[in-house]
Design a protein around this ligand. Structure first.
Ligand code: AOF
Ligand code: ZN
Length: 300
């Protein structure tokens, strides 16, 4: 399954609104076929892996990080191809939240007398496709809040990571998934330069004008599945207070400013025990600073 997840990752930035999916066919403890969903509209992971396996697929086990589909979309149902190939057992990581699938794929396979196991590395699989799961379940884009802070927690008006090639690699990877950026009116030159690469659509935040939830729903209609919020204090506070943030990246440069703006204003929290905390925190070291990431948890 780990191999399936790694194969799936190769589709990063090319599959949305489809998920990233990888599949491995195993027979007599040997890998006889591997495949992944390369880009939206093209054949599914299972089909690519089954093609590689050929006749060896008969009696083999298929590992896949998402429940196989069971309907005609851009491509025919994977469940049919799996049964036709004579696969004996299917191991998958998670159910597909697509209303056209949602357990029906598993049911179809079981009706075809195929042994099925669901839930292997489920958490990792859901994280890998966190953008897909969010829009399928909530019809909302996955919102990433990006903060650029000094060591004393103030918003840094420049980009200390401008010349940091390792950090640029991280940003490149991030921008493969992000397709909309929300800013407030005060923007840095760096961000504007990035936005000129037109793939990203720019939204300017206006609390008075926008009903944010409606606006976010509209973004999905416009194929914005992942929104990067990188505004000022007002935007950050609004998004966090309204529980609209799915993930936070906070870059800390080892500089002490002594003065400057805090990234958040009043969040309406009175007890320390009620504060917003981050889960699954990771810390990555770069030449120009540290990048902390995590998923916010609201305790109230
Ligand atoms: C799979 N394997 O590799 C992927 C799946 O229009 P289609 O035919 O490409 O179908 C897209 C839907 O199929 C997508 O929304 C999701 O439910 C599922 N994605 N399923 O068995 C794959 N990419
Ligand atoms: Zn499929």
């Amino acid at each position: 399954m780990r191999m399936a997840l790694n194969l799936a990752r190769k589709g990063l930035g090319k599959t949305l609104p489809n998920p990233m999916v990888g599949a491995v066919v195993v027979k007599n403890k040997k890998i006889v076929g591997r495949g992944y969903h390369k880009r939206y509209g093209e054949s599914h992971a299972e089909i690519n892996a089954l093609m590689k396996a050929g006749k060896n697929a008969s009696g083999a086990t298929l590992y896949v990080n998402l429940e196989p589909c069971c309907f005609y979309g851009n491509t025919p149902p994977c469940t049919e191809a799996i049964m036709k190939a004579g696969i004996k057992k299917v191991v998958c990581a998670a159910y597909d939240p697509n209303p056209k699938v949602k357990g029906r794929g598993i049911k179809k396979l079981m009706e075809g007398k195929i042994e099925v196991e669901v839930g292997v590395l489920e958490k990792e699989a859901k994280r890998l496709n966190e953008i897909y799961f969010k829009f399928r379940k909530k019809k909302l884009p996955f919102v990433i809040l990006f903060l650029n802070l000094s060591l004393d927690g103030k918003m840094v008006p420049s980009e200390p990571f401008y010349d940091d090639s390792d950090f640029q690699k991280f940003l490149k990877r991030l921008y493969l998934e992000v397709n909309g950026i929300l800013v407030n009116s005060m923007q840095s030159e760096y961000l504007f330069n990035l936005l000129r690469k037109e793939k990203y659509r720019l939204f300017v935040f206006d609390k008075k004008r926008d009903n944010t939830i409606n606006t976010l729903h509209n973004l999905i209609e416009n194929n914005i599945f992942c929104l990067l919020v990188t505004g000022g204090k007002e935007v950050n506070t609004y998004f966090l207070k309204n529980k609209l943030v799915d993930k936070i990246y906070s870059f800390f440069s080892p500089d002490i400013l002594g003065k400057g703006e805090n990234p958040f204003g009043d969040l309406g929290i009175f007890e320390v025990s009620d504060c917003v905390c981050l889960e699954e925190v990771k810390l990555q070291e770069y030449n120009s600073g540290f990048l902390l990431s995590g998923y916010p948890l609201w305790r109230r």
